[in-house]
Write a protein that binds this ligand. Structure first.
Ligand SMILES: [Zn+2]
Ligand SMILES: [Zn+2]
Length: 407
């Protein structure tokens, strides 16, 4: 039978034992979905993760990055190590779905599928603990605060890779644009950096009928906004992707008053730190010199949030060959188009070799009756993680470990 948005089940080489305990892991996934926790508040979630890992005989370390959990499994005598990472936090969204496992909390929802990421890694953990089919050490990294909290960096700051050395580290995100049974990945930039800026323009307030007595920050702000687009079209190299979006302009409170100040804010996305630095530098020049030309002043605050997620070539191809064995090379999208979204696994890939990969979440037909009317897209209130990925994602993690720590 063919299910829309799903690769034929016959093609997938799933691990039988992992398929057998799918119901147990799915129950955990739906429980996490019903009880979402925002960044760095993942107390209940990390309790569940830690207690399961411990029950399966896995050594548990807690407290990294606040609510982070690391499970460690050693087998054999090899000094080789691998890190597998899942994120645990939810988003400040009110869920539109009405199915039984909908969020119990208004204003909190697992709309990015981190409940599923946690569940897939737990599924792999259970199997790895039962069968220990490897020689070396596996670190199962459950991180807090991916959604805007840089939880990955917080875990690194707390000594993640010193206490739990990893020869390579891998992360996985469900991806609604791919079918269930498809994987996508690319060497090099996979997701963009995320940066934000705010520019304060200070002029001199005046009666709007006597503009010559003041310095109009609104006119200056508009010219700065226009000038900023020249960074993208005239300054950076055309083949280097970058987005600069001014998303806020705030000034003035009365039609007959020239205000004192105006504020501009927005976001910058790039695929390299060099381009981000170039945009920041040129933004400061355009803002301050445009303001100076009009007798105003401008202060630029530019914040680097997440760096670009840049996959290492060897580890990316390694992960792709593992996928080939599970779903067939035809269902592994090598060289997938990078996305301008961002991801804090980027910090781990700056610290260690590794790869970030996408696992297809399908088109939404998996959602239980009573789902919202919106699309099954990430960060949408009608989204739900596809539980069919539990055995597939867990199989991928297991096979990755078996191959990386081959006996
Ligand atoms: Zn997200
Ligand atoms: Zn996410």
């Amino acid at each position: 039978m063919s299910v829309p948005g799903t690769v034929s089940q016959n093609i997938m080489q799933l691990i039988d034992r992992v398929v057998q305990f799918r119901a147990e892991i799915q129950q955990i996934r739906r429980d996490l979905h019903a009880h979402p926790e925002l960044r760095f508040e993942e107390n209940r979630t990390s309790d569940i993760v830690a207690s399961r890992l411990a029950a399966w005989g896995i050594e548990v370390s807690r407290g990294l990055g606040g609510t982070g959990v690391v499970g460690t499994l050693k087998n054999g005598s090899s000094s080789r190590t691998i890190g597998l990472r899942a994120d645990m936090d939810a988003l400040p969204i009110t869920e539109a779905n009405q199915f039984p496992h909908r969020s119990r909390h208004d204003g909190r929802m697992h709309a990015c599928g981190h409940d599923g990421h946690t569940a897939m890694l737990l599924g792999a953990a259970k199997y790895l603990a039962e069968t220990r089919p490897f020689d070396g050490t596996v670190h199962l990294i459950f991180q807090p605060g991916e959604e805007g909290g840089a939880g990955a960096q917080k875990m690194i700051d707390d000594g993640l890779f010193d206490r739990f050395p990893c020869d390579a580290v891998f992360g996985m995100h469900n991806w609604p644009n791919l079918k269930v049974g498809e994987f996508g990945l690319t060497a090099g930039p996979m997701m963009a950096s995320s940066n934000e800026f705010a520019i304060e323009v200070r002029g001199r307030g005046a009666h709007a009928a006597m503009p010559h007595l003041g310095v109009d920050p609104v006119l200056v702000a508009v010219q700065i906004v226009n000038g900023l687009q020249a960074i993208i079209t005239r300054v950076k190299k055309p083949i280097e992707p970058a987005v600069l979006s001014v998303t806020m302009i705030q000034a003035g409170e009365a039609v007959n008053v020239t205000p004192e100040t105006a504020r501009i804010a927005g976001t910058v996305r790039t695929f390299s730190d060099a381009v981000t630095a170039q945009v920041e530098e040129q933004m400061k020049r355009i803002a301050t010199l445009t303001a100076a030309a009009h007798g105003a002043e401008a202060d630029v605050e530019f914040r680097w949030n997440y760096p670009p997620t840049v996959n290492h070539a060897a580890e990316t191809e390694f992960a792709a060959t593992v996928m080939d064995d599970i779903v067939g090379a035809a269902n592994v999208v090598r060289g997938i188009e990078p996305t301008m979204g961002s991801e804090d696994f980027a910090f781990m890939l700056k610290a260690r070799p590794g790869a970030y990969v996408f696992i297809g979440n399908g088109e939404g037909a998996h959602r239980s009756a009573g789902h919202g009317l919106g699309p099954c897209m990430l960060h949408n209130p009608s989204y739900d993680f596809n539980d069919d990925l539990i055995p597939l994602g867990a199989t991928f993690w297991v096979r990755l470990v078996e191959k990386f720590l081959a006996r």
